[in-house]
Design a protein around this ligand. Structure first.
Ligand code: MN
Length: 272
């Protein structure tokens, strides 16, 4: 690949030259832990960017909140925007992290303080390929009162028997700023999430996990929608929720249908 041994090629950084030169010698390429994995699928990057815009358009994120995906070429890495408002994210803002949430090649970009949410969930949930963290407003009453968020209809079957609630005081004390700003707090959150698709975060928001970017966008949006409808139902009477079997069966059906709303949501943000 490199024909010039003196490193004078203008397009090649010093670090890139040495890495390539050494990789071609006796040193294994893996010795360079900070080197990027093979580039992620551009289609995946595009989905992450679109997901950021959709989640803003649908009222799940505002200036805050984020969505990540596991790297399609390396399960020990994930992709997440630099610290910025989701609606403004472009492909060049998507950073790569290892599962301890160290940036692989930050290039001056500042990561989100709460990226540890993502890394720690990816560590313990090999089935999870995408994660949304948000402060979506209708979910907060459930996070703060411990009233169960339960599936109002089939679309929200992924809520199952109700998301667990993460209490940051349990592991990090009663004087934090509520942020998941370390691997230790992220690990505690991942433990609370367990095998669920959604966890609420007391005094903060929620997190949704799924097998793809499209599925996690679906779950984040319908967690918020379900919270709104449940509050409405609780104001007029006692709702009958889906039971565990109905919820599981509905989730299975809906998991095959996420392309339909995704196409709609994507068109909305593309036309703006
Ligand atoms: Mn947050």
């Amino acid at each position: 690949m490199i024909s010039c041994p003196c490193g004078c090629l203008p397009s090649l950084s010093r670090r890139g030259f040495f890495a390539t030169a050494l990789a071609a010698s006796a040193f294994p390429a893996a010795a360079f832990a900070a080197d990027p994995a093979p580039a992620a699928d551009p289609g995946l990057i595009d989905d992450i960017v679109t997901a950021n815009h959709i989640l803003y358009d649908q009222g799940v994120v505002d200036g805050f909140g984020h969505v990540s995906a596991r790297h399609d070429k390396d399960p020990n890495r994930y992709l997440l925007s630099r610290s910025m408002a989701p609606a403004l994210v472009t492909a060049g803002d998507i950073m790569e992290f290892d599962l301890d949430s160290n940036a692989i090649d930050a290039r001056g970009r500042t990561p989100y303080l709460e990226r540890f949410i993502h890394g720690e969930i990816y560590k313990v949930r090999p089935d999870v390929m995408a994660i949304v963290h948000s402060h979506s407003p209708a979910v907060l009453p459930f996070a703060d009162t411990y009233v169960k968020l339960l599936p109002m209809n089939h679309i929200a079957g992924f809520l199952g028997a109700g998301p667990p609630v993460f209490e940051i005081r349990a592991g990090a004390g009663a004087a934090t700023d509520m942020l998941v700003r370390s691997n230790a707090i992220g690990k505690a959150l991942a433990t609370t999430l367990g095998s669920s698709q959604v966890a609420l975060m007391r005094g903060h928001g929620s997190v949704a996990a799924a097998q793809s970017v499209k599925h996690v966008v679906f779950r984040a949006i319908y967690t918020e929608v379900n919270a709104r409808t449940e509050i409405q139902a609780l104001s007029i009477g006692k709702p009958t929720f889906l039971n565990d079997k109905e919820a599981a069966a509905a989730m299975k059906t809906n998991d095959g249908l996420v392309e339909r709303p995704w196409a709609l949501w994507k068109q909305r943000v593309a036309s703006k």
